[in-house]
Ligand binder design. Structure first.
Ligand code: HSE
Length: 453
């Protein structure tokens, strides 16, 4: 007979906290912190009505106290010492929105050790140190909530962990970095160059403190790591992810993809297959008619394929001050509702209870099976058949071959769309193709994702 583990536990202590104000300490008052303060103040009554109690910011740690005082005005204590917030006796929950994986780890672990719940938008911290943070939180019976860490305004963690809890999830794929999607959109739609588009994304507060994290795909990989853990009940495997950003992407491939009816997007993909889970971030071609191709600017979108619900898609702002605040405060409302409830009744940090974690392996790059786009520079247009024949000889399924539209100063280019093929086999075929006398330059290769049910 099923025995509820909670029934056998000690009776709950219903802390008086369940009815009094939830007292928040916040570390960081930059883009996300200031947005969180503004929304907390502006929507105070609605938030309290939903949480069942008021939520008050009582202390903030900031590097620049003068600037922070200008944002917060009277009524919120200020300190330059983040550890003071993490351990403050009057704080019930610590909001960590400072970012980074060094001191932020210490602050979060200290807050947990002092029995405080934690809300964070710090995807790097959780992707890298999440196992340690969540283990410490389990030990102390506190919540660590992080909706703002992934695709900010989209409640995708809640969707995976709660809304889709009935399902076996097959794959999750999405545009999960606002900065790179903004850059790609600006370059395509307004002809901006890469540096100018990045500068705009930084000015709008979309980019990470170190924008390399955005443009090299690292930020998207942090988020994908969290999505995969919640989708598949697997551990956080950031170190095993295949990560490629948009810095090596060439404008000619953006144009050639459009010629073939595709748009290039930086996509994070976590797909379950027989040998484990694919965990990869890379620029890929998606059909131009697909909804994912219509996601522009700093917007994000995530698709989930699951067995019962089928294909679902979630769309919303992927970066921004109040957009992230929306998720941070939703987490605070969850904490306000659950504070005082026995930890065994909390939603597990990564969707499944720790003892039921599925130790799935991440499959190596060579074993990933997708369709591909190739661009092969040749010496003469007549060599198109030689390219197709070379690939077919090596058992690469060739679905379409075309010549790229002529462009000034560029020689002829053969464009190939393959059917699904294992990466390892394709790498060997491209290596052979590259050595052929007909081939006049480096072969470009990108994955194609149909994102179909
Ligand atoms: N730099 C991140 C992005 C911020 O551009 O998506 C939101 O996580």
């Amino acid at each position: 007979m099923y025995r509820d583990p909670v029934e056998s536990l000690e009776p709950l202590h219903h802390r008086p906290a369940a009815i009094r104000t939830l007292r928040v300490g916040m570390i960081g008052i930059g883009t996300v912190g200031s947005g969180t303060f503004r929304v907390l103040v502006r929507n105070r009554a609605d938030i309290a009505a939903r949480a069942g109690r008021s939520i008050e910011l009582v202390i903030v740690a900031a590097r620049n106290l003068q600037r922070a005082a200008g944002i917060l005005g009277e009524g919120v204590a200020l300190t330059a010492d983040a550890m003071q917030v993490a351990t403050h006796p009057d704080v019930d929950v610590v909001v960590e929105v400072a970012g980074g994986t060094g001191p932020a780890r210490d602050w979060v672990l200290a807050a947990i050790a002092h029995g405080k719940h934690v809300v964070t938008a710090n995807k790097a911290l959780l992707a890298v140190h999440g196992a340690e943070v969540f283990a410490a939180a389990r030990e102390k019976g506190v919540i660590v909530a992080y909706e703002g860490a992934v695709a900010v305004s989209i409640p995708i963690i809640k969707a995976l962990r709660e809304g889709l809890a009935a399902n076996r999830i097959e794959w999750v794929a999405g545009i999960i970095n606002g900065t790179t999607n903004f850059i790609l959109s600006k370059m395509r739609d307004e002809g901006l160059d890469f540096a100018a588009a990045l500068a705009q994304a930084q000015a709008l507060g979309y980019a990470e403190a170190d924008p390399t994290f955005d443009i090299e795909g690292i930020d998207a990989a942090h988020k994908l790591t969290l999505l995969a853990a919640n989708a598949f009940g697997m551990p956080l495997r950031f170190a095993d992810a295949q990560v490629e950003g948009i810095t090596a992407l060439q404008g000619v491939d953006v144009a050639c993809a459009e010629q073939l009816g595709y748009r290039i997007k930086l996509l994070g993909v976590a797909r379950r297959q027989a040998a484990g889970v694919e965990l990869r971030v890379q620029p890929v071609l998606v059909p131009v008619t697909h909804l994912m191709a219509q996601v522009n600017g700093s917007m994000n979108a995530v698709m989930v394929k699951s067995d019962a619900a089928g294909l679902t898609m979630y769309y919303g702002a992927g970066a921004g001050s109040e957009q992230t605040a929306s998720a941070v405060i939703a987490d605070l409302v969850d904490v306000a509702r659950l504070d005082g409830v026995h930890a065994a009744r909390h939603v597990p940090h990564l969707g499944v209870h720790a003892h039921a974690t599925n130790a799935l392996a991440v499959v190596p790059r060579a074993a990933v099976h997708t369709s591909h786009y190739l661009r092969v520079p040749v010496h003469a247009v007549g060599q198109i058949q030689a390219v197709a024949a070379c690939l077919a000889e090596r058992k690469v399924p060739v679905r379409q071959v075309a010549l790229a539209a002529e462009r000034p100063g560029a020689g002829p280019q053969v464009l190939v769309l393959t059917g699904p093929v294992e990466q390892g086999a394709l790498d060997l075929a491209v290596h052979a193709l590259q050595a052929r006398a007909e081939v006049a330059g480096a072969v470009a290769m990108l994955r194609v994702e149909s994102l179909e049910g």
